[in-house]
Design a protein around this ligand. Structure first.
Ligand SMILES: C[S@@+](CC[C@H](N)C(=O)[O-])C[C@H]1O[C@@H](n2cnc3c(N)ncnc32)[C@H](O)[C@@H]1O
Length: 263
């Protein structure tokens, strides 16, 4: 595993999220092992098959790809199995230890990098494809990581990311309890979400933006929107990660953006 940054230079949210994810990493091993074994990619909390969303190119032979906040790196594995040369960067050494073990067990070659996805240790225009599933997508400051993703992508390269929808965030009580049919914080002020004083699962600092904020950011950064999905939980979905299946049948718990870097 490669190492990059010096902790004292990192922003507060990156230091807090490193502590939080190193502490939680053991709880994510089983889910990571299961996702590494999946025959086909799936997306989000209720596992929408990639056939429905087509987030990944079918054939990634010859492509260089990066996963920003790769965790246990099962998404990186899916990219590598489609033929890409893959780098996974993550802020948690413990998550990366699981990723490295699983890569060895599955006989896949991934370059794993311990660092901050807001400052990727690669030169401009190094990648054809970048992706984040609940990694940089929610744990990094969008005003930093989205321009950084643009910098490392080649013109025409794609950025795909998936995370909580802005609606899901504003329907979450400030205690961190399950989503409600009620608005709990300002929509227009959405940016940093500090969960350190959360009663249910204290720790971590997340980010989100209002839709107009995301669109402004993409335009100003130089990304074109290829597709946007609001994921609906299928009927009868179980409750997962503090979100009632019933809630997510009626409102979008998750957003997916598929973007292309302009020239
Ligand atoms: C829910 S996991 C997402 C990864 C993968 N999809 C999974 O579920 O295992 C979130 C990951 O984001 C990582 N992360 C948080 N902040 C980060 C940052 N600034 N740079 C890179 N990774 C970060 C965490 O360490 C964690 O492994």
């Amino acid at each position: 595993m490669n190492k990059g940054d010096r902790a004292e230079q990192l922003p507060e949210h990156v230091i807090e999220n490193r502590r939080y994810w190193d502490e939680m990493a053991d709880d994510w091993v089983v889910a990571g092992e299961s996702a590494w074994q999946a025959a086909e990619p799936f997306w989000g909390i209720w596992r929408h098959p990639d056939q429905d969303l087509r987030l990944l190119p079918e054939d990634m032979s010859g492509m260089s790809a990066i996963e920003l906040g790769c965790g246990t790196a099962y998404v990186s594995a899916w990219l590598a199995r489609r033929g890409a040369q893959v780098v996974g960067i993550d802020n948690s050494e413990k998550q990366l230890a699981t990723a490295a073990r699983l890569a060895a067990e599955h006989g896949l070659s991934l370059t794993l990098y311990h660092g901050n996805a807001e400052a990727v240790p690669y030169s401009d225009e190094s990648f054809d494809f970048a992706i984040s599933e609940y990694g940089a997508a929610i744990w990094c400051d969008p005003y930093v990581w989205v321009p950084e993703a643009k910098r490392i992508l080649r013109p025409g390269g794609e950025l795909v990311f998936l995370g909580h929808s802005p609606l899901s965030v504003i329907c979450t009580p400030l205690s961190g309890a399950s989503r409600e049919e009620k608005l709990h914080r300002s929509y227009f002020d959405l940016h940093q979400l500090d969960w350190r004083n959360d009663d249910v699962d204290p720790g971590g600092i997340e980010f989100n933006l209002p839709f107009s904020g995301w669109l402004d950011l993409f335009r100003e950064t130089g990304f074109e929107v290829l597709n946007f999905y609001e994921l609906q939980a299928p009927k009868g979905s179980p409750d997962r990660y503090g979100i009632a299946g019933k809630w997510a049948e009626s409102w979008p718990a998750e957003q997916v953006w598929k973007l292309k870097r302009k020239e």
